[in-house]
Design a protein around this ligand. Structure first.
Ligand code: SAM
Length: 369
């Protein structure tokens, strides 16, 4: 089976490395996501174990679709009965570019017609659409008049881990935090510090990774567990997979520190870390006041930016000065603000362009001598 692990823009390389490290087969590079091959259980394992993927999708079929007839027939030729019955609900999302068909809403409508017509012919009744919480999510992409139909395994996007019930003003997606950790080349043994931790996402993702806790372990169920063909035998296999994940969650966590100038947000971060089952050292501290405490640290953070976290004019100058005092540390941060990026008086050892939501950002890595 062919899978596609979707990635937010700029995280593809990190996701590719992660999937190779996790032992997935035929992992290739693609913009927007990473394809890999395997039995269906490998798709389940990817949902449970990938820290960086946004969604895991199964490629059901590729076919020419230069008009609505070809699209309808192509979708109707897929056997949908293993995935849904008239009692299931479904949602369809469509994307298109450089094709005769240009209206994604209309494409989604045609795809839905083909699926429900097939099921009505087979069962005499049809499944309903539920856009908010469907049992089965179908994604259709049409590029250069060729359609690819994907079935989503994840259900809710994978960044919704389940441990972060409370967040600050500008929380990072957990998957983005995990990609930053991967790009920073943190080896999971050097102490790590997020000095502007907000709701604690980077520190918590670091702790989960170091302890080898599968990020999907907090989720009650994935999308594929609601498919029609997910029977008792499948449920048994999934229980084993979750059990194995829990048993292997025995990695040694180095000291992880999370600080912030806002005492209220620190309470939120503490509650999130507790839900994730991690012992993180929290403290109230202003970035301007931080000092090196002797040892090597990975300082990975996401400074305030833009309107949501207004900062004083000389904030980034002070931040750069604070970072340059951290001799022997690797400092890495994600920012869209040129002042932040220019604030550290050292040349970057690495820069990765990434998007944080809709915002173009740079993840800049510095080795402070
Ligand atoms: C973009 S948010 C970090 C979001 C975080 N990564 C998360 O996922 O929730 C920036 C954080 O910097 C903190 N901050 C602002 N000024 C600060 C300062 N002078 N020293 C330390 N932290 C500061 C804010 O309180 C805010 O929590």
């Amino acid at each position: 089976m062919e899978f596609f692990a979707t990635a937010s823009s700029g995280t593809e390389k990190a996701l590719q490395s992660e999937l190779i490290e996790l032992g997935f087969k035929s992992v290739r590079f693609n913009r927007g996501g990473i394809p890999f091959l395997g039995e269906i259980e490998e798709g389940w394992r990817a949902c449970l174990c990938s820290r960086i993927a946004q969604r895991i999708q199964l490629v059901l079929k590729r076919f020419p679709a230069s008009n609505e007839r070809e699209l309808y027939d192509g979708v109707k030729n897929i056997d949908w009965k293993p995935f849904l019955t008239p009692e299931h609900t479904l949602s369809i999302s469509a994307f298109c570019h450089s094709s005769n068909m240009t209206h994604s809403g209309y494409i989604a409508q045609k795809v839905k017609d083909a699926i429900v017509d097939q099921l009505r012919e087979a069962h005499g009744a049809r499944p309903n659409v539920d856009r908010d919480d469907p049992d089965v999510r179908v994604f259709v992409f049409i590029g250069s008049n060729k359609a690819t139909v994907y079935l989503d395994l994840s259900g809710e996007p994978l960044f919704k881990r389940g441990y972060r019930l409370e967040k600050g003003d500008a929380p990072l997606k957990e998957t983005l935090a995990a990609a930053m950790l991967m790009y920073s080349e943190w080896d999971r043994s050097v102490p790590l510090w997020d000095p502007m931790c907000g709701s604690g996402t980077i520190a918590i993702e670091a702790g989960l990774w170091a302890r080898n806790i599968p990020p999907g372990i907090f989720k009650e169920r994935f999308g594929f567990e609601r498919w029609a063909n997910f029977d008792d035998k499948s449920a048994g296999k999934m229980r084993l997979l979750r059990g194995e994940g829990r048993r292997n969650a025995n990695g040694k966590m180095p000291k992880i520190i999370a600080s912030d100038s806002d005492p209220k947000i620190l309470e939120t971060a503490k509650a999130n870390a507790q839900r994730a089952g991690l012992k993180i050292s929290f403290r109230e501290d202003r970035i301007e006041d931080i000092q090196a405490d002797g040892g090597r640290r990975f300082v990975i953070t996401n400074p305030p930016f833009g309107e949501r976290c207004g900062v004083e004019d000389d904030f980034y100058r002070k931040m750069g000065a604070a970072f340059s005092r951290l001799h022997g540390c690797r400092v890495a941060f994600l920012s869209s603000n040129p002042l932040a990026i220019r604030s550290v008086p050292v040349k970057e050892s690495k820069v990765v362009e990434m998007k944080n939501g809709a915002i173009d950002c740079f993840f800049s890595v510095y080795d402070i001598l």
